[in-house]
Design a protein around this ligand. Structure first.
Ligand code: DC
Length: 231
């Protein structure tokens, strides 16, 4: 990733990662990557292929064999899609059934290895805003742009209910934080963003301010380094 920038957006479920990551990606013209959707895609595929998501070996074996492709969709929001057998299961990955299955799939170490490789490959598409649970800790730990989002549980639950999804977020966060393989953690050096009571415009505006400041500092440092006399 020498020439590309990765903005890592980690955090709890329904903490506003997607909404803010999309706003930031649009604003900067970066490519948005929803890594949760990639885990959801595998969970959906397991259900479709009648693979028991609690059987780690069977899930890992399916993950080794599935035929996938990463595609960058250009447009107003540039974003990456994971296709399986040439199909993009956009709606299917958001059902209650898939949501209930995904934490088990995401806890399988071999699955996480596969996802890490695929997620790092996304850099081929350009500068990224990548959201997930382990982006700043595990996928792109080398990035200087790390954010950790959270909001109080009542507000996060209300946000999901407004989307028509009724689920136990505390239980899912607990599973995501307690698993052995790449658990949900606050990345070292991340900016903490508790957005309880904030609008998405306020949160994304705050994050964009920090990103733009850091980009400017980088550019200034680069220009100074260029001006140094060589002897
Ligand atoms: O963000 P989401 O709700 O779509 O994520 C779906 C699940 O995938 C969630 O239980 C956590 C898991 N996940 C993960 O373990 N690591 C990621 N980088 C992204 C999601």
């Amino acid at each position: 990733m020498e020439h590309h920038i990765v903005i890592a957006m980690d955090g709890t479920s329904a903490s506003g990662k997607s909404t803010n990551a999309k706003l930031i990606a649009r604003s900067l013209g970066y490519v948005y990557v929803d890594t949760g959707a990639m885990y959801r895609t595998l969970a959906w595929y397991c259900l479709k292929k009648k693979v028991d998501v609690d059987d780690h070996k069977a899930v890992a074996s399916l993950c080794r064999r599935w035929k996938t492709e990463l595609k960058c969709i250009e447009g107003e929001l540039r974003h990456v899609r994971l296709l399986v057998d040439d199909y993009y299961p956009e709606k299917e990955v958001r059902t209650a059934e898939t949501s209930a299955a995904v934490a088990a799939v995401a806890a399988v170490p071999k699955v996480r290895d596969w996802m890490k490789k695929a997620q790092r490959q996304c850099i081929q598409f350009g500068n990224l805003v990548m959201e997930g649970r382990d982006i700043g800790t595990n996928i792109f730990p080398e990035t200087d742009f790390k954010f950790y989002l959270d909001a109080n549980l009542a507000e996060r639950t209300a946000r999901r209910q407004a989307e028509g999804v009724d689920e136990n977020l505390a239980a899912r966060d607990e599973r995501d934080s307690q698993r052995a393989a790449a658990p949900l953690m606050i990345p070292l050096g991340a900016v903490m963003v508790n957005n309880s009571g904030q609008t998405a415009e306020q949160t994304s505006g705050y994050i964009l301010g920090i990103v733009r400041q850091r980009l400017k500092e980088r550019e200034d440092a680069r220009l100074v380094a260029q001006q140094k006399p060589r002897w």
